[in-house]
Design a protein around this ligand. Structure first.
Ligand code: ADP
Length: 267
């Protein structure tokens, strides 16, 4: 036999080991770049409401406080900025807790129709203020059992309905419905709002991506709602889908495994 063979084998092992290490290094580098970019984004997002609140408070201290009408106006604006800051931090925490696996999914069978009723009730006032009809689609079953973490799906529905109302004009309609398939249930939220330009559709699930930054902020958006939705559905081995026509409206939908419906009226 060839006495050089063992050496050749060792050489090959060293090479494959080096290649593996290089892959790990590349992976770490990517993560590091992501982390840096994330911190830069977050700092920037935090600065916006802080800067605004700071401006109002300092102007008040510099004398504007003496004028009663200005005082109330500026205090209200400072409060709005601080509320926005609070929401941003809340969303950041949620996102990081899902990403690190700190929030575990508790999967069980639950009635998503029932859950959606509560969500629609919560948004009734917001919708009314814009004269938006917020309702279930025609022929919605009384009960729709799915498999998932109802608390997290509650958040998904909240974010989707909140967006549908936010990005819809007055006197329009937002509809929530279900498509019951053989093994799954598709839940959808449909609006006749402003829609999303096709170039932006792919990107709206990225953290802090907004079609119109200043409009989103003005409406109290953190730019994290859809990133949270995407993560929650990934944890359900599902994904969020969107169909949108710019100027016409959008439909966001997601699929969950179907459960057996209980008879509604048991003896
Ligand atoms: P935001 O806090 O800005 O609403 P989201 O992550 O929830 O952040 O959404 C990201 C962006 O996607 C929004 O800024 C908006 O431009 C767009 N968007 C989300 N939902 C809708 C919708 N129903 N209609 C139109 N645009 C939407």
């Amino acid at each position: 036999s060839n006495p050089l063979n063992p050496l050749k084998r060792i050489n090959e092992e060293i090479f494959s080991y080096a290649a593996l290490k290089q892959k790990e290094i590349d992976e770490l580098k990517k993560m590091e770049a992501f982390r840096r970019e994330f911190i830069a984004d977050v700092s920037h997002e935090l600065k916006t409401p802080i800067f605004a609140a700071q401006g109002f408070v300092h102007t008040l201290l510099d004398g504007a406080v003496k004028d009663k009408s200005v005082r109330t106006k500026f205090l209200k604006r400072a409060a709005k900025s601080l509320d926005g800051l609070d929401m941003l931090v809340q969303d950041l925490l949620t996102l990081s807790q899902i990403e690190t696996g700190e929030i575990k999914m508790h999967l069980e069978y639950f009635d998503i129709k029932n859950l959606a009723e509560d969500v629609l009730d919560q948004f009734e006032n917001k919708a009314e203020r814009k004269n938006i009809t917020l309702s279930f689609a025609k022929d919605t079953p009384d009960q729709v059992i799915v498999h998932g973490d109802w608390q997290r799906i509650n958040q998904v529905l909240n974010n989707l309905i909140s967006n549908a109302i936010k990005y819809s004009p007055e006197d329009s309609a937002v509809e929530l419905g279900f498509r019951v398939l053989k093994n799954d249930v598709v839940t959808y939220v449909k609006d006749n709002g402003e829609g999303i330009p096709s170039d932006d559709v792919k990107r709206i699930f990225e953290r802090f991506y907004r079609v119109d930054k200043s409009r989103s902020r003005e409406k109290g958006g953190t730019g994290l709602g859809l990133a949270i939705v995407k993560h929650i559905l990934e944890e359900h081995k599902s994904k969020i889908e969107v169909k949108s026509t710019y100027g016409k409206g959008s439909e966001f939908s997601f699929k969950l495994a179907k459960g057996q419906s209980e008879p509604l009226f048991q003896k």
